[in-house]
Design a protein around this ligand. Sequence first.
Ligand code: MD3
Ligand code: FE
Length: 203
Amino acid sequence: GHDLPEGFRYLPAYLDRPAQEALVEDVRAVVAAAPLYVPQMPKTGKPMSVRMTNCGSLGWVTDREGGYRYQERHPATGRPWPAIPAVLLQIWKDVSGYPAPPQACLVNFYDGDARMGLHQDRDERTFAAPVVSVSLGDQCLFRIGGTARGAPTRSFRLSSGDLVVLGGESRLSFHGVDRIFPGTSTLLRNGGRINLTLRRVDS
Ligand code: MD3
Ligand code: FE
């Protein structure tokens, strides 16, 4: 395959099963306070197949009228996002190499049919901090390319408990989720996949 971008780190099986189970309980508490909602594409209003929520001082949202943005409140409840669970703050300290804590944790929930098209993450006001991704539940086929849309891509499976750190050049690489592999994990009673991404928005 092609070279992975500089700054991309894959940490397979970073979390053991008990740690994954504890983190799922934390995510359940976040979702109870800040319900999953269906994000809409800017301008068209086309619904995404992934459901989302956030924790942290800022959350990433998108809808037809407002487009992609970070905001301090849940779009449906109007309440501030719940705090980022302590275990995620510790993971960020251990792997990010960044001297300030994450401001946002985007929670993506994929059912067996959900996808995420190839995109760049560029709504943050700094790209100096990495993005740290934690996968829970069913495996997915993850794809990452270069910083230009046409560049070659590499695909691999992400499994429950895996971490990915996107720093350096990889921070602005195109990436997406081509498919979920249903029934590949027993972590979530009703199946599906959760991805948590820890982010800095401001420097
Ligand atoms: C590469 N999430 O939330 S995680 C996203 O599995 C997102 O839910 C995917 O893309 C998911 O924006 C992929 C791995 C990941 C996260 C952020 C990145 C890869 C990245 C940012 C830059 C480059
Ligand atoms: Fe992304």
